[in-house]
Design a protein around this ligand. Structure first.
Ligand SMILES: NC(=O)c1ccc[n+]([C@@H]2O[C@H](COP(=O)([O-])OP(=O)(O)OC[C@H]3O[C@@H](n4cnc5c(N)ncnc54)[C@H](O)[C@@H]3O)[C@@H](O)[C@H]2O)c1
Length: 292
């Protein structure tokens, strides 16, 4: 399939289903999703639906897919009306990660994956954040051992959360830290202006600013995270956009996505709170921080 988000489509899934049927694929065959998150979500959806489900192996080749999308069982395709609107919860039987494949990843994609890694560090606790600050140089050098360690930490954390709440009805919402503002930025700027992980980096800064007002987060954390994001090659300032448009996009997003149960805030590093009501004016003030 062609690279890019457009391939996460029903038409491409249809081609895969028909190819499998023509090739005589059976229920005891295995779909191997070798690629980034787009391949993982599409191939996972095909595996979940072909003959009511065949075995799925995820072999993620982007940092984002290794630390996040290959684990947790969310598979989906997009509709013209929105992202991930048709999908399933379908767990892979195997996830195989080799950090050495990341050496060929374009820098923008690599940095985007690091946006999700910083999210996991904020959710997991001080030890992980401190580790990223100390090891930023080796991580940026794409040292396989250093990458293997951060991938393992993210996956262990995500797997534990998903194990408690597989179908996303409660605590799994914490994995959306930074994503309300990230989705709003993607909608208002247009998809593709920022890579998803870049939008998440900015969204994390907004979530921290909101948390300072709403859940009493120590304001010292935000400049610290800002420095780390900058060091990791992630944006800390957004392209021009109107705060009102972003607040409205966030309000609309809340109605249709998991973020609908409210905002994800931090009380402290490693202590997320979800379902927090956040007034539009608080979100608006926090968004201003994107152009500081
Ligand atoms: N299922 C989930 O839980 C979940 C979570 C987060 C994101 N996602 C989805 O993941 C998708 C984004 O995934 P992504 O960030 O991996 O992007 P992607 O799959 O589009 O891959 C990015 C680019 O990198 C290329 N590429 C992949 N591996 C490479 C390698 N080793 N070397 C060189 N180039 C390589 C791809 O061809 C593509 O052009 C989105 O559709 C998003 O919705 C899903």
């Amino acid at each position: 399939m062609e690279p890019g988000e457009d391939s996460k489509a029903v038409a491409v899934a249809d081609r895969c289903w028909q190819w499998m049927a023509e090739s005589g694929a059976r229920r005891d065959d295995v779909v191997v999703a070798l690629g980034g998150g787009v391949v993982g979500d599409l191939a996972g959806f095909v595996a979940a639906t072909y003959q009511r489900g065949v075995s799925l192996w995820q072999v993620p080749t982007t940092l984002l897919a290794q630390v996040d999308s290959s684990v947790g069982g969310k598979v989906a395709v997009n509709l013209p009306q929105g992202k991930n609107l048709v999908g399933a919860f379908y767990q892979p039987d195997l996830v195989f990660v080799d950090p050495r494949v990341l050496v060929t990843l374009p820098s923008r994609e690599f940095a985007a994956g690091l946006g999700e890694v910083v999210k996991y560090a904020l959710l997991e606790g001080e030890g992980f954040l401190d580790h990223l600050e100390r090891e930023a140089g080796t991580i940026l050098g794409r040292d396989p051992l250093a990458l293997g360690e951060i991938v393992q930490r993210c996956v262990m954390f995500k797997a534990a959360v998903v194990g408690e709440d597989e179908t996303d009805r409660g605590r799994r919402a914490i994995l959306n830290l930074g994503h309300t503002a990230a989705h709003a930025l993607e909608t208002v700027l247009g998809y593709g202006v920022l890579a998803h992980g870049q939008a998440v980096a900015l969204g994390l800064l907004v979530a921290l600013a909101v948390s300072e007002t709403v859940t009493g987060l120590d304001p010292e954390l935000r400049p610290r995270v800002r420095r780390l994001l900058q060091r990791l090659g992630l944006p800390v300032q957004a392209p021009p956009a109107t705060v009102d448009d972003l607040v409205q996009a966030a309000a609309r997003d809340k109605k249709i996505t998991a973020a609908g149960r409210g905002f994800v805030c931090l009380e402290d590093i490693g202590h997320p709170a979800w379902g927090v009501p956040v007034p539009g004016e608080v979100l608006g003030r926090a968004l201003e921080a994107l152009w500081e």
